[in-house]
Design a protein around this ligand. Sequence first.
Ligand SMILES: *Cc1c(COP(=O)(O)O)cnc(C)c1O
Length: 482
Amino acid sequence: MTTQNVTKAAALRSSSLRSTSCSELVPKVRSRRDAGPQNLTRREFLTTSCMALSGAATGLGAQRLLAEESPKPTGVPNIDPGYIGPQFFDEREEEALLDVLESRSPFRFWGKGKPSKVLRFEENFAKYMGARFGLGVTSGTAALDCAVAGLGIGPGDEVIVPAYTWWSDYTCVVHAGALPVFADIDRTFNLDPRDFERKITPRTKAVIAVHLLGGPCDMDPIMETARKRGVAVLEDCAQCVGGSYRGKILGSIGDVGIYSFQVNKMITAGEGGALVTSDPVIYERAARFHHMGLIHGVFLDRSGPSRVQTFAGENFRMSEFTGAVLGAQLSKLDTMLAQLRRNAEAIYDGIKTIAGIRLRHRPDPQGDIGYGVYFEMKDKAVRNRCIRELRKRKVPASTLTGSVLLPVQESVINKRTRHRNWPSFNSPEGKKIKYGADSAAQTLGIFDRFVQVRVGAKYTLRINDYIIEAIRQVYNSLAKVS
Ligand SMILES: *Cc1c(COP(=O)(O)O)cnc(C)c1O
C-alpha cells in the first residue's frame, strides 16, 4: 500500500470514528501513534515496536542491518535469521487490525461490523493449500487436537508419531486416549517410510506425517503404505507452511493437514493455528470440536448439511485480531518463500561441491521452504566442534532445533498422564509398550550427527557467500583431523 493510500485510509477512519458513539479506545491509540510524545510516524512506530518486541537484533532491526551491503570493519556481516513473519509486518497488518478495532467486532461469529477476518482467512488459506475446507484455531496444538477429533481417534486406537517432533504430536494422541507408537526418522528428518510400515498393527488408525524443519516428508511411499493398510494420514505442516511435495502443497496430500502460526513458524500472529481438509465429515467433526461440539452455520455453508451429531468439544476459536494479521501475512507468504528459498538454495549450491559433504536428504528440494541448510558430520563430537567453530565465525549454527526426542523424555518413558486411569496406557498394548533410547536408535543417531545452519529471508548475497565460505573452511579443517 502506498503512503498516500495509508494516509487516505487513516483520514477515512478518523471521520468514521467521529460518527460512532463510543470512540474512546481507538482515538487514544491513534493519537499515541500518530502524534505521540515522540512524534513517531506509523512506520517508525511499527519499526520500534517490532524491535522492542523481538530484541534489537531480530525483527525489523535485523532486517535493516542485514540489508546493509557495505562490509563491517571486522568483515563479519551481522547474521541473524530472526523470526520470519514479523520481519514482513507493515501497513497491511496495521490496517487489518484497525478494521477490527474500529468495527468493534473482535469475535468471529457476531458483532455489528459483520466480522469476516477469520472467515476470509479460512477460505483463502484453504485455497492456497489446495484443500476444500479451512478452519482457523488458536494454535497448532489446538489444530492437532481438532484433527485427531476429526479423524475419530480414541481409546483402543494407535497413532504412529515420529520419534523426533514437537510435543503436540504426542499430546494430541494422549489427549484422545489413544496410544502413541513411535517410528524413526531418516535422513530427511521426517518419518522413515519403512519404519512407519513396520509399526503398523491392526489397531493403527492414523499416522502423523510431520514435515519438519522446512522439508517435506517423502509422501509417495507414506501415502502408498497408508492407503494399502487403511491408515489415515494427518500432515503436520507447522514447520513447513507453504512447502510442497512433487507439485502438491503440503497439508492437502493426506486426509487432514494442520499448521501453526506461532512466532517461530512462517506466517504469524504470535499464536494461531489452522486445519485443512477436503473431507466434509472430518471437517464437521473438527469444526464442532473447536466450538464446544456445536456446529455454526458458517461451516455448514461450506461442507453441506450436517452429518455429525453434537458431542463434547473444546473452545479453540480464532479471534478476529488473529484472523486480521494472518490475512495480511498470507498475502506475503509467496514473497517470504521466494526469499528464503533463494538464500537456502544459494547456500546449498555453494556447499554441495565440498568434497565428501553429506547433506540432508531432500525428497523434493523444490518443495523445501528454506528454513535452514543441513549437513552431517562423522559423529557427535565432530558435529559439536563443527557447531562451535561456525559460531565463532558468527554463523547461526546449532543442532537440529524446534523439536524433542520424544521417546527419551522422562514423562514419556514413565507414561505420565493427568490421571492414573487414563486410557492411553491402560490397554494391554499401552501397558506393554516400552519407550526409551532403544526404541529410537536411528533417530538419536541422526540427531547427533547433523548440523543446522539457519537461513534468513533478509540475507544478502554477501551473507550467503560468507556462510558458504565459513562452512567450507570449517568442514575441510574437521575432515582433516577426523
Ligand atoms: C510448533 C509446532 C506445533 C504446535 O504449534 P503451536 O502453535 O505452537 O501450538 C505442532 N507441530 C510442530 C511440528 C510444531 O513445530
